[in-house]
Ligand binder design. Structure first.
Ligand code: HEM
Length: 464
């Protein structure tokens, strides 16, 4: 039958509660890695009257991912908590709902839409450049993570709703403020062994409910406006300008999407697209502070591709920024912003000799494997070159690199994220030098995504 969950080793806990009191949620991804060093790449974590199978072995992570959606669903608590927050979209849906949502979201994020959208994206990169230029001219210390969060919320809102919220040029971006309450609360609830918030609503829980309600109102306004535009300009139905229009057209044609579903999927895209990309960029900038040679490569590539331009205005040029992309991959290997995925077996299944019973919770964490020499040559060294054609790294097992997930539920926003990353990174290093602010210490904090505690830097105009 295969190895059963109770036969697996794992950290010792106390009766009934297991290791619950040992868990340090903001650093749970690191604890998972430390335990993998001791108990191996498949082990057991005892939690309140239940247990999790923890998998850091790349082949098994991929096998589980590939058996979705029929054999594994996203773990129960995640779906429950997101639904309680009033969101039902492609990330937490299962079965037939997931198929319908996935089709429409994938379409909205496809290459054709990205090409059409690229001028808007480039315009946002220009606004970011103008801000950073002023910061450099005034020798200011800035929290670059906050700038990047505003940049990605502007991009995602434009792509999803066709609405220019322009948080980069306005103080206190409303959507950003709401998401800053929504994300950490969701993460906290997902990881709560007991759902205390159902018995007692704290100040934070009330703020969370208000943030969700406000977000719903904002999205309803977007939906109303988009409906009007589609009525006024029926040609838009042939070529929807943004994701919201695509969903509305599909909903009209197939009569399949309720207002809650449309809202849920748009909210999902905002949640999935914003923090992930901004935090990946933040980590990349931090890692590059210690990698002057890689920065030189990024610069010379940007000089070559962009010529005299300060940012990459053409989609086709963006595709040429291969070294910048390689550096992004390498950053994601060290600092994956979504390192942990939670699954639940829908039925009994045997994979790689492990018997996984129906209802079994499985936690996959891929960074542990991504930093082992077994899977990547000199795995602990930052080497963007390993991702380039003709690389001289003999060991390069891409099964051990799944920052965007794997299988049918693989991240549909990957290409958009890389498009944004190449555009920002080439602009940043073409025009500026980056220095860490004095006394700044950056730590990994797990709060739905794995983010940097902050990243304060000083930008200087590049001397050519
Ligand atoms: C660097 C940036 C990003 C990273 C690292 C990332 C990572 C991930 C990961 C790990 C998953 C889970 C995949 C799985 O279960 O196998 C995921 C799912 C998803 N991502 Fe991303 N993501 C990023 C950017 C984006 C963007 C820009 C969007 C869209 C605007 C997006 C939309 C989604 C959606 C809709 C899902 C759910 C897919 C499904 O369940 O079928 N992501 N992402």
């Amino acid at each position: 039958m295969g190895v059963k969950i109770h036969e697996l080793q794992g950290p010792k806990g106390i009766p009934f509660l297991g290791v619950v009191f040992q868990l340090d949620l903001p650093r749970i991804h690191q604890q998972i890695e430390q335990w993998a060093d001791v108990y191996g790449d498949v082990y057991r974590l005892d939690l309140v009257n239940t247990n999790q199978m923890v998998v850091t072995r790349p082949s098994l992570i991929n096998a589980i991912a590939n058996e979705r959606p029929h054999a594994f669903k996203r773990a129960g608590k995640l779906d429950q908590v997101i639904r309680e927050g009033g969101v039902h979209g492609v990330f937490n849906a299962e079965g037939e709902d997931w198929k319908r949502y996935r089709a429409i979201v994938t379409k909205g994020l496809d290459v054709r839409h990205q090409q059409e959208f690229y001028p808007d994206l480039a315009e946002k990169v220009k606004i970011l450049y103008e801000k950073w230029k002023k910061d450099a001219d005034h020798d200011r210390i800035i929290d670059i993570q906050q700038d990047l969060l505003r940049f990605t919320v502007d991009i995602t809102t434009l792509l999803a709703f066709g609405y220019d919220i322009d948080t980069m040029r306005q103080e206190g971006g409303v959507i950003q403020d709401h998401l800053e309450i929504i994300f950490p609360t969701l993460f906290k609830r997902i990881n709560m062994p007991i759902s205390w918030y159902k018995l007692y609503r704290s100040k934070n829980d009330k703020a969370f409910e208000r943030a969700i309600a406000e977000m719903n109102k904002i999205i309803d306004v977007f939906i109303d406006e988009a409906r009007k535009k589609l009525e006024q300009e029926p040609t838009r139905k042939e070529h929807p300008h943004n994701l919201l229009e695509s969903v509305l057209v599909a909903a009209e044609e197939e009569g399949k999407f309720s207002i809650e579903e449309i809202r849920g999927n748009l909210m999902t895209l905002l949640m999935a697209g914003e923090d992930t990309t901004a935090h990946t960029l933040t980590w990349m900038i931090l890692l590059l502070l210690a990698e002057p040679k890689a920065v030189d490569h990024i610069r010379s590539e940007a000089d070559q591709v962009l010529g005299d331009d300060i940012y990459c205005a053409q989609y086709s040029d963006n595709q040429k920024l291969k070294y910048a992309e390689a550096a992004a991959n390498e950053s994601l290997r060290f600092k994956p912003v979504a390192p942990i995925l939670l699954h639940e077996a829908i039925d009994d299944i045997v994979l790689e000799g492990f018997f996984i019973q129906k209802g079994q919770k499985v936690m996959t964490q891929y960074r542990h494997g991504a930093l082992l020499d077994r899977y990547f040559t000199e795995a602990k060294t930052f080497k963007p070159e390993r991702w380039l054609k003709g690389s001289e790294c003999p060991v390069h097992n891409t099964d051990a690199f799944t920052p965007f997930g794997a299988g049918p539920r693989y991240c549909p926003g990957r290409n958009l994220a890389l498009l944004e990353i190449r555009a920002v990174i080439s602009m940043l290093y073409k025009n500026f030098e980056v220095e860490l602010a004095p006394g700044e210490r950056v730590e990994e904090v797990m709060a739905f995504t794995m983010m940097a505690s902050s990243l304060k830097v000083r930008l200087k105009n590049r001397v050519k």
